[in-house]
Design a binder for this molecule. Structure first.
Ligand SMILES: Cc1cc2nc3c(=O)[nH]c(=O)nc-3n(C[C@H](O)[C@H](O)[C@H](O)COP(=O)(O)OP(=O)(O)OC[C@H]3O[C@@H](n4cnc5c(N)ncnc54)[C@H](O)[C@@H]3O)c2cc1C
Length: 439
C-alpha cells in the first residue's frame, strides 16, 4: 500500500494511455534472491530511462523493481506534453550555480525533445510523437514574456521553427478566442507517454536489464552492498536508485521530505471529426498557457482532446473529475459543449521548493542515488535529468556534479499540513506571477 500519495479510485480511473497502449509487455514478480550492480526502485520514466542510459554505457546487470505495473505513476497519467526546459524558473537556482553554471543548465535544458525523438528513432518505439507546441498568453504582460522566450529559444535552437503570433493570427496556432498571443515551437510537441515508456523498457530488457512488476519494495538496508526486500524476494546491489517520485513514501525519509505532492487532473474526449480537430489545433499540437498554474492540453493521433489542469489556489481533489476538467476545457473551447467526455483521471506531482528537479546521492551513502521533484513537468525533463544521473552513477561528469550540487530544502510538516502549505504556496506562486510576467 502506497501511503505517500493518497490515491483514490477517482484519480486511479482508466487513463487514455492504458486504454490505447500498443505494447503488451508483462514482467514477473520478484520471487528470488538476486545479485546485481544496480537496483532501481520505480518503473516510470525516471527508473527506466536511467536503466536504459546505463545499459547503453555497458552497465546491464540492473534490476528494476516496480510496485505495481510499469507506468502506474505519473508516467502513465500525464498530458504527454513535450515542452522545452527543466524547472520553472532558472533564476531560482542562479545563486547556487552562478552565471556559468546557469549557462550550462540552460544548454542542458534544451536537450529533452531531441533525446525523446532520437530514442524513438533508434528503438523504433510506437509512441505517436507529434511535433508542434504552443505557449499561450492572455495579455500584454504575457506577450512581453513570450517575446523574451522567442529570443532565448532562437538563440538556443537556431534550427527549429519558432514563431510568435499576436492578435487575429493566434488562430493559426490555436482555435480559441481566449488568447492574445501564441509562441509556436515546432521543436516541442506531444507523445504517448506510456507507449514511450514501454518501448524504452523493451529496449532496456533487450540489453540485459531485468524488470519486475508487482514487486513493491518494503525494506532497504544501506551499506557497501545494499539489500532491497520485496514480499517474496531480495536484491543485493552495489548501487541503488530511488525513482519513485510522487509515489515515494516514508520508506526513505531523507529523500521523501525534500518534496511535496500536488495534484493534476486530466480528461479525454470522444473521437472528434477531422474538421473540428483542425479548428481546435491547426498545428495538431500540444499547448499550455504560461500562467503559474497552467491549463495544458493537446489533440491525440485518434482525434481526441486531452485536457489537463490543476487547482489554482486552494489545494483539493475534485470529486467529479470529468465535470471539473470539462468546465476548464469549455472556458477555452466553448464550442466543445456537446462533446462527450469519455475518461478522466489524475495523479500526484512531486514538487521541490525551488521547482527544480532533484538528482544526487545521500551524503552519508554515496552509493544511494535519487531522482525526483520534477514539479509539474517531467516527460521531457526526466529524459534529460536521467541521462545526467546515469553519468553520475557511472563515470561521473561535470554536469552531474553541477546538477547534484543544487541544495533542496526539506518541506517541514508536509504530511499534516499538505493542503495548507500547498494552498499558501500556490497563492504565492500565482501572485509572484505578476512581476514575473506570467499573469
Ligand atoms: C495528471 C498528471 C499530468 C501530468 N502532465 C504532465 C505533462 O503534460 N507533461 C509533463 O512533462 N509532465 C506531466 N506530469 C508529470 C510527469 O508525468 C512526471 O513528472 C513523470 O512521469 C515522473 O516520472 P517518474 O518515473 O519520476 O515517476 P512515476 O512515473 O510516478 O513512477 C514512480 C513509480 O515508482 C513506483 N513505486 C513507488 N514506491 C515504490 C516501492 N516502494 N516499490 C516499488 N515501486 C515503487 C510507483 O508505483 C511508480 O510506478 C503529469 C503528472 C500527472 C500525475
Amino acid at each position: 500500500m502506497l501511503t505517500g500519495c493518497n490515491m483514490n479510485n477517482n484519480l486511479d480511473s482508466l487513463t487514455y494511455y492504458a486504454a490505447t497502449k500498443k505494447y503488451d509487455l508483462r514482467f514477473p514478480t520478484l520471487t528470488e534472491d538476486l545479485d546485481v550492480d544496480v537496483v532501481i526502485i520505480g518503473g516510470g520514466f525516471s527508473g527506466v530511462n536511467t536503466a536504459l542510459e546505463l545499459a547503453e554505457k555497458g552497465i546491464t546487470n540492473i534490476a528494476i523493481l516496480e510496485g505495481r505495473t510499469l507506468g502506474y505513476g505519473g508516467t502513465g497519467r500525464n498530458g504527454g506534453q513535450v515542452m522545452a526546459g527543466i524547472g520553472h524558473d532558472l533564476d531560482r537556482i542562479k545563486r547556487h550555480v552562478g552565471e556559468k553554471g546557469l549557462e550550462t543548465i540552460f544548454k542542458i535544458s534544451n536537450m529533452g525533445a531531441g533525446i525523446i525523438r532520437d530514442r524513438i528513432a533508434k528503438y523504433d518505439i510506437k509512441a505517436d510523437f507529434c511535433k508542434g507546441y504552443g505557449y499561450l498568453g492572455y495579455n500584454a504582460r504575457q506577450e512581453k514574456t513570450l517575446r523574451g522566450w522567442l529570443k532565448e529559444f532562437q538563440a538556443a535552437c537556431p534550427d527549429e521553427e519558432i514563431e510568435l503570433y499576436v492578435g487575429a493570427d493566434v488562430k493559426k496556432v490555436i482555435g480559441s478566442d481566449l488568447y492574445t498571443c501564441a509562441l509556436k515551437h515546432m521543436g516541442g510537441g506531444h507523445v504517448h507517454s506510456l507507449n514511450l515508456l514501454l518501448g524504452e523498457a523493451k529496449a532496456a530488457t533487450e540489453q540485459g536489464v531485468r524488470i519486475f512488476e508487482n514487486s513493491q519494495v518494503v525494506n532497504v538496508e544501506y551499506g557497501p552492498r545494499v539489500t532491497v526486500r520485496t514480499a517474496m524476494g531480495t536484491v543485493r546491489a552495489s548501487k541503488i536508485l530511488w525513482a519513485c517520485n510522487a509515489f515515494l513514501n516514508g520508506l526513505e525519509p531523507t529523500i521523501y521530505k525534500k518534496t511535496i505532492n500536488t495534484y493534476a487532473f486530466q480528461l479525454m474526449t470522444e473521437e472528434l471529426p477531422d474538421d473540428l480537430i483542425e479548428k481546435i489545433s491547426p498545428i495538431r499540437g500540444a499547448y499550455s498557457d504560461i500562467s503559474p498554474v497552467i491549463n495544458y492540453y493537446r489533440v491525440t493521433k485518434e482525434n481526441r482532446v486531452l485536457f489537463g489542469s490543476a487547482t489554482q489556489y486552494l489545494e483539493y481533489i475534485p470529486s467529479d473529475l470529468k465535470a471539473w476538467n470539462r468546465k476548464r476545457m469549455l472556458d477555452v473551447f466553448p464550442y466543445l459543449k456537446d462533446v462527450k467526455i469519455e475518461l478522466a483521471w489524475g495523479g500526484p506531482l512531486s514538487c521541490s521548493v525551488n521547482l527544480f528537479p532533484q538528482i544526487g546521492s545521500l551524503p552519508e551513502h554515496d552509493n544511494v542515488f535519487y531522482v525526483q521533484g520534477y514539479s509539474g513537468f517531467g516527460v521531457t525533463p526526466s529524459h534529460i535529468v536521467c541521462k545526467i544521473l546515469a553519468e553520475g552513477m557511472s563515470e561521473g561528469s561535470e554536469r552531474y556534479s553541477l546538477m547534484s550540487s543544487i541544495p533542496h530544502l526539506n518541506v517541514v510538516g508536509k504530511d499534516k499540513l499538505r493542503s495548507l502549505l500547498l494552498s499558501v504556496g500556490k497563492t504565492w506562486h500565482q501572485a509572484s506571477g505578476y512581476w514575473k510576467g506570467r499573469r
